[in-house]
Design a protein around this ligand. Structure first.
Ligand code: HEC
Length: 144
């Protein structure tokens, strides 16, 4: 089955396909897990949570800033799923996916300037940190 699968993949390989596969293999971790947290995950989540706590963006500029943080948060979830970063293919991926989903929802809310949708993300954003840290980083508060 597996061999058949590979034969099929091989047969399907076009020049474009080969480039795509090379690009996937080329993805490499930069920095430690703590670096990803402090450079990407934490600042993005912090911006979103602070904005929510303050009653949401006040003007166009703040909505655009929020949209950028939303992209950063969502994409940081993808970075956590990378080969070389993912600790397993089960619970870790589920927790990382929570970040992707929260980021994507925040992105949609920012594009639509939908304050209710944005505010509703307070709990899911926090939940993603707590859920993963409980299992993979015990005894540490997520917002420390
Ligand atoms: C899929 C798992 C996962 C998710 C989701 C996650 N973290 Fe982490 N986080 C970790 C792990 C693992 C560490 C421990 C890294 C180490 O010290 O090696 C960590 C550590 C941290 C640290 C400490 C970094 C340091 O300097 O030691 C901060 C801050 C942090 N996370 C913030 C967050 C926030 C905020 C969220 C949610 C928005 C979040 N994390 C979501 C796995 C995750």
């Amino acid at each position: 089955m597996r061999i058949l699968g590979w034969l099929f993949v091989g047969a399907m390989l076009t020049a474009t396909g080969a480039v795509v596969m090379q690009a996937q293999d080329a993805a490499q971790p930069v920095g430690t897990m703590a670096d990803v947290m402090t450079s990407m995950v934490y600042p993005a989540a912090n911006d979103l949570l602070l904005s929510i706590a303050r009653g949401g963006p006040k003007d166009e500029k703040e909505w655009i800033a929020l949209q950028r943080s939303a992209v950063l948060l969502g994409e940081s979830g993808n970075v956590l799923m990378m080969r070389g970063r993912a600790r397993d293919q089960g619970e870790w991926m589920t927790d990382a996916k929570m970040l992707v989903d929260a980021g994507a929802a925040a992105y949609r809310a920012a594009r639509a300037k939908d304050l209710n949708a944005l505010t509703a993300l307070d709990a899911p954003i926090n939940a993603s940190c707590v859920s993963c840290h409980k299992q993979y980083r015990p005894n540490v508060h997520p917002r420390s």
